[in-house]
Structures are given as structure tokens and as C-alpha cells.
Ligand binder design. Structure first.
Ligand code: NAD
Length: 479
């Protein structure tokens, strides 16, 4: 593969690309072929990476002005932009994303660098009126060494939002990508180096979660952890960080609803209702896996949604169809387990797998209607292309059903009624609410994060810069 222009078995510590103690195979989810290997970083490698980050804070990187940091981030964004085709090919092969979706992630990575490059020198403190004879002001300072544990579903976007914001604030990062999806993380680090990022400001240790990930989250010299992934592992990471009294940002799963009222523009809603779930084969934390529909338009919408599902095509990443493979045989097994639990439900639409290689991990997108709100398919995160439709009668019912899960990441409201839009935007339990659209995480500029089991803390947008910094109050007495 031409796009693999570097040695993926090397990890990055203090500006040196070096071999990890061992290696792990990398599988193409579209074919099942093992096509390369990555480094299997150990706890010792994590130690060295944390030390390198600390050293960078005491060196060139720590002394750099916000303007200079911003310029470097902007340059990284420009370099990413010149390598969009390579990054697209790499991601499509590594995680099985259809080419258009992989390309969107690469474009988003460039955009994150551009956004945080521009924002780096715009974070300001305040002056605070205080006692006579005092001047009091606040400073925003980096945490220090930040750990970034990233999942496999949107590697480029999640690296962009978390490493981008952390570097903008002057932190030194240790990045641990998911073992299933390391290639674009390594490519990104090569581009950051080419853009002039000082040694040690970004370190990358690939490897297993229970080895390199656990070592990073428990490391006593890490000052902040940003974790995106599953609820159980998020709990482990938070518990490990608590031993060192270190702040944690957790971006976990979701069961995000879309509420469709009888006065909604159904033509406008239809592509969002489906796309919000099947994007990335449903492996999206903010996937909308529940559609709640008011009974008066229920039958009509169920028919239309069923037809939309029937038109979906699934195949290898290079075929660039609506849906690609799932990331792994394990993920396919999990999703098929949910489909088995739905065997007695009313299946109203299903896509088709076409020309898919035998070794790939394909699941046909499936839509169920009349699903009871307490059914596992309506409550549990599936992380696959499976969506449920639930009828409701009143606004009150809709809110109750929507809020009745452990999660609270994203919600959307489809209605022409302005008062209802405003009411429900407040009442829905979610970190992001969309009105007459659905953003599956929204744009680079929009703060993102959850409530409940969806996690805590906010990434993306300007808000992330506060999360990746701490406030110092300076009180000067001068008479
Ligand atoms: P995961 O929790 O298994 O893995 C996430 C990361 O944690 C990986 O880098 C992994 O190596 C690492 N890890 C695993 N065990 C670890 C341990 N013991 N200590 C430290 N790190 C460890 O999740 P996944 O399977 O990669 O991703 C799927 C899940 O992530 C889904 O539940 C999804 O909802 C969630 N997710 C959430 C968001 C969000 O922004 N809210 C984004 C993507 C994925």
C-alpha cells in the first residue's frame, strides 16, 4: 500500500522513532487480511514517553509562546491537508471506513488543527475587582503532561479534538491510540514533526489497552487524562487516575434519540434519521440508534424509513458504499448478539451486503419498529448499524422515553413548533441537542460531551481549551 509511507512498528518518544519491545498484527476489516504490524508498547515505553513529555515542558516546547504554538498547529493542519488522499487510504484500510467517510475524518483532522491553531493565542484571563490596594487577575495554564487514550472508531477526529486542544494550551501529550486503529495516529505524528513541533511535545505509544493504556492512566507523572471509549474502561481509567488525584475527561457511549413530531418536515428529516445511525456502520458514540415518532405520522414514517433501509448497500471500504464492515470479528459477534435479541421484534427494513470479501466483518443495517422502550435494543448501546423506532403520543411521553436510558450524549428534535423546540432543548438529557438536524457530534467548533454514563467534561470548540488548562489566580497587593 503506497499510503503506508512510514514504519508502523515504530513508536515516538521524545522525538525519536524507535522500536517497541514487541509488535501486533494489523487487520483490514474489509477483507480480514493481516497487512502490516504495529508496535506493542509496554509500561516501560509509557514511562519513557511521559518522561519525554515532562522534559519537553521544561525545554523549547514549554517556553514557546501561544502565537508560536498556534502557528505550528496551523502548519500541521496545512500538511494534513496536503496528505488527505494518503490519510484517507490509510484509514479506509485500517478501520474499514468507506472512502468518503474516511476522507471526511481526514478533512476534520486538518480543520481541528486550523481551529486550535487559530485559538491558541486567544485564551485570556480576567481581572477581578477586589480589596482596595490589590490587583487580581487570572492566568490559564496547561495541566502539564496530558494522556490521550483514543478508540478505533474515529481516530483522526478524536486525535484532532483532544491532542489539538491540549497542544494549543501548551500541554505535552502522550497519545495511546486503539490497537485496532493506529496508522493515522502515527501518520499524524510524522506530519506534526515535519511541521516543526518540538521533540517530546507529542509522544505516541501504540499497544494494547490493558498494557500501554492502563500504564498511561495510572502513571503518577501524568497531569490530565482524556479518554474516549467504552463505559467499563472509562471507569477503570477514572479509578486509576483517582489514585493520583488527576482530572479526567471521559467521552463514553450513547443511545441518542431523535424525536419526530407530527408537524416535522419529514422529507428533510428522513436522510438525517437514517444517516445518524448508519454512518461508520453504527460505530459512532453519538449514533442516533433510537427514532421516536408521534403516532399520527408513525405508519407513514415507518414505511419510508423501511424503504430507505432497503436501499442501503454494504461493502468493502474501497467500494465506498453507504456502509462498510465493522471493525472486527468481535464487534460483529456483539452486533449479531443484539440482532438475535431482536428476533421477535418487527423488522421493517434491511440493507444488502454486496460483493463483500469473505474475511470481512459485514452486518446488514437493520431497522425494527414498535420496539418497547425497555427492550435491550432500545436501551443498550449496540455500536452497529441497528436502529429502533418507538411510537409516542404526547410531548410528555416523548421526553420520558428519550430520557429513560443511562446515557445522555446527543438528542434531536424534529418539529416546526418553536416553543416546543425551546422547551425540549432544555428538558432533554444530553450534552448536545440538535433542532431540525442531527450532527453526530457536530462540527469542530461545537462543544461536545455527555451526561450520565456518556461521560463528563467537554471537548471540541473553544470550551475544550478550558478543559485542557487550569486557572491560576494572582492577587498582587500594592497599596
Ligand atoms: P475501549 O474502551 O475498549 O477502548 C478505548 C481505548 O481504551 C483504546 O485505546 C484501548 O486500547 C484503551 N483501553 C482498553 N482497555 C484499557 C485499560 N484497561 N486501561 C486503559 N486503556 C484501555 O472502547 P472501544 O472498543 O475502542 O470503542 C468503543 C466504545 O467507545 C463504545 O462504547 C463507544 O460508545 C465509545 N466511544 C465514545 C466516543 C465519545 O466521544 N463519546 C467516541 C468513540 C467511541
Amino acid at each position: 500500500m503506497d499510503a503506508l509511507w512510514f514504519d508502523p512498528t515504530e513508536i515516538l518518544i521524545g522525538g525519536d522513532w524507535q522500536k517497541a519491545t514487541d509488535t501486533l498484527p494489523v487487520e483490514d476489516p474489509s477483507t480480514g487480511e493481516k497487512f502490516t504490524r504495529i508496535g506493542r508498547g509496554s509500561a516501560k515505553d509509557v514511562d519513557a514517553a511521559v518522561l519525554a513529555a515532562r522534559t519537553a515542558l521544561d525545554g523549547d516546547w514549554g517556553r514557546m509562546t501561544a502565537v508560536e504554538r498556534g502557528r505550528i498547529l496551523t502548519r500541521i493542519g496545512q500538511l494534513v491537508q496536503t496528505r488527505i488522499d494518503d490519510l484517507t487510504a490509510l484509514e479506509a484500510r485500517d478501520v474499514g471506513k468507506p472512502l468518503t467517510q474516511a476522507r471526511n475524518d481526514a478533512i476534520a483532522l486538518a480543520r481541528y488543527m486550523e481551529f486550535y491553531g487559530g485559538a491558541a493565542d486567544k485564551v485570556m484571563g480576567e481581572t477581578i475587582p477586589y480589596l482596595d490596594g490589590y490587583t487580581v487577575y487570572t492566568l490559564r495554564e496547561p495541566h502539564g503532561v496530558t494522556g490521550h487514550i483514543v478508540p478505533w472508531n474515529y481516530p483522526m477526529q478524536i486525535i484532532g479534538r483532544s491532542v489539538g486542544a491540549a497542544l494549543a494550551m501548551g500541554n505535552a501529550c502522550v497519545l495511546k491510540p486503539a490497537e485496532e486503529a493506529c496508522l493515522t495516529a502515527l501518520a499524524f505524528a510524522r506530519l506534526a514533526e515535519e511541521a516543526g513541533l518540538p521533540k517530546g511535545a507529542l509522544n505516541v505509544v501504540t499497544g494494547l489497552g490493558e498494557e500501554a493504556g492502563a500504564a498511561l492512566s495510572a502513571h503518577p507523572d501524568v497531569d490530565h487524562i482524556s479518554f474516549t471509549g467504552s463505559v467499563p474502561v472509562g471507569g477503570l481509567v477514572q479509578a486509576a487516575a483517582a489514585q493520583n488525584v488527576v482530572p479526567v475527561t471521559l467521552e463514553l457511549g450513547g443511545k441518542s434519540p431523535q424525536l419526530v413530531f407530527e408537524d416535522a418536515d419529514l422529507d428533510a428529516a428522513l436522510p438525517f434519521l437514517v444517516g445518524a445511525c448508519i454512518q461508520n456502520a453504527g460505530q459512532t458514540c453519538s449514533a442516533s440508534s433510537r427514532i421516536l415518532v408521534q403516532r399520527s405520522v408513525y405508519d407513514d414514517l415507518v414505511t419510508r424509513l423501511g424503504a430507505a433501509y432497503g436501499a442501503l448497500r454494504v461493502g468493502p471500504a474501497t467500494a465506498d458504499l453507504n456502509v462498510g464492515p465493522l471493525i472486527s470479528a468481535r464487534q460483529k459477534e456483539i452486533v449479531e448478539g443484539f440482532l438475535a435479541q431482536g428476533a421477535d421484534l418487527r423488522r421493517v427494513g434491511q440493507g444488502k451486503v454486496t460483493n463483500a470479501p469473505d474475511g470481512g466483518h459485514y452486518v446488514a443495517p437493520t431497522l425494527f419498529a414498535d420496539v418497547p422502550p425497555d427492550h435491550p435494543l432500545a436501551r443498550d448501546e449496540i455500536f452497529g448499524p441497528v436502529q429502533v423506532i418507538i411510537p409516542f403520543d404526547t410531548e410528555e411521553d416523548a421526553v420520558h422515553i428519550a430520557n429513560n436510558t443511562d446515557y445522555g450524549l446527543v438528542a434531536s428534535i424534529w418539529t416546526a413548533n418553536g416553543a416546543r423546540q425551546m422547551r425540549l432543548a432544555k428538558r432533554l438529557r444530553a450534552g448536545q441537542v440538535f433542532i431540525n438536524n442531527y450532527g453526530a457530534g457536530g462540527g469542530v467548533e461545537l462543544p461536545f460531551g455527555g451526561v450520565g454514563k456518556s461521560g463528563h467534561g467537554r471537548e471540541k470548540g473553544f470550551e475544550a481549551l478550558y478543559g485542557f488548562s487550569q486557572l491560576k489566580t494572582v492577587a498582587a497587593k500594592h497599596d
